[in-house]
Design a protein around this ligand. Structure first.
Ligand SMILES: Nc1ncnc2c1ncn2[C@@H]1O[C@H](COP(=O)(O)OP(=O)(O)OP(=O)(O)O)[C@@H](O)[C@H]1O
Length: 317
């Protein structure tokens, strides 16, 4: 069962004295259950709007689109599933003078969740040791982890995190990423992680959907989205690169020297290289496909538009 499914969903924001701002433009999005799914796009591409539409916080434009959250139609079926969804969309509000534990206990009581679950969540986000400290003394990373603990109280099947690394220092970013990876492996929670940080998606996610100008422009396992934009270059390490280059060129490969090794270009089947070289008594030490990082793939996919959405005027960076 897909955790999230949007089909042909559009959303325009009305703006006084100006034409409406189209934030989602016939968006199709599919997030299968399990693991961590990245939702990547430049600022203004429509990530937050998608999350708001999913949670029923804003309504999509009337018309043919369909939204399903944990297999229930949105907004009609939201009351049936919203208890199974945890979300960290904005910086959560906590009482600054209360401890992390007391803040969570208050939320748990309001949601009918046991204090034992509070302890479990503190443990999950690695805050048990600091749970009795006042919230206002927490680092930004700890505040963010407490926010994630709050979103986890109801043991959600779907956890939605909107730019959870924003404003954190490197240590805070590392802790939050480790936590997300852990949650994605628990077999119970599907994590939908929205981010404009390519490295974050690359490090943390199993699959990714890339958004640009309110549309999904690429989707699939992170490795596949990268490979589909692969350069086709293969790096070959071999004892005698000069001899190998001659043999490969004779076999029709395009080859260039690369720092003591060889770069073979536009290779569809890398095993052909092994076969050709072995046929001439040359045995390679290493053969590695050169994949572009997500950044190059991302820029190629979104049309070299890393920062602005359909009309990003007024969009906070
Ligand atoms: N309340 C609003 N009123 C008018 N326009 C809006 C509103 N909210 C968002 N937009 C516009 O809709 C587009 C998509 O914005 P959205 O916040 O969904 O993108 P995003 O990918 O989450 O970007 P960011 O990372 O900057 O939040 C942007 O052009 C933005 O200016």
């Amino acid at each position: 069962m897909p955790a999230v499914q949007l089909t042909a969903v559009s959303k325009s924001y009305r703006r006084r004295g100006r034409p409406p701002q189209k934030a989602l433009d016939d968006l199709d999005l599919l997030v299968e259950s399990g693991g961590v799914h990245g939702f990547l796009g430049p600022n203004g591409s429509g990530k937050t709007t998608t999350i708001r539409v999913l949670l029923g916080l804003v309504s999509a434009d009337p018309g043919g689109g369909e939204i399903r959250l944990l297999d229930q139609p949105v907004p009609r079926g939201l009351p049936d599933v919203i208890g199974s969804v945890g979300a960290l969309v904005e910086t959560p509000l906590f009482f600054p003078g209360f401890s992390g534990r007391l803040n969570l206990q208050l939320l748990a009581e309001a949601a009918g969740v046991s204090h034992a679950r509070v302890e479990e969540c503190l443990e999950l986000v690695d805050l048990s040791g600091r749970a009795d400290d006042r919230f206002k003394g927490y680092s930004l990373g700890m505040k963010q982890r407490l926010g994630i603990a709050a979103a986890l109280l109801k043991a959600p099947r779907l956890l939605i995190l909107d730019e959870p690394s924003n404003g954190l220092d490197p240590a805070g970013i590392r802790d939050v990423r480790e936590l997300i990876r852990r949650l994605g492996r628990d077999g119970h929670t599907t994590v939908l992680l929205s981010s404009h940080l390519l490295a974050e998606i690359q490090q943390v996610c199993d699959s990714v959907s890339i958004l640009a100008r309110g549309r999904c422009v690429a989707s699939g396992p992170v490795g596949e989205v990268l490979a589909s934009r692969g350069s086709g270059d293969v790096l070959v390490q071999i004892a005698d690169p000069t001899a190998a280059a001659g043999v490969l060129q004779q076999a029709g490969f395009s080859v260039s020297p690369a720092d003591g090794a060889l770069m073979v270009h536009s290779v569809a089947t890398p095993s052909d290289i092994t076969r050709v070289l072995a046929g001439s008594g040359l045995y390679l030490e290493e053969l590695r496909r050169v994949t572009p990082d997500l950044e190059s793939a991302f820029l190629a996919i979104t049309g070299d538009q890393p920062h602005d959405g359909p009309a990003a005027a007024g969009t906070p960076a």
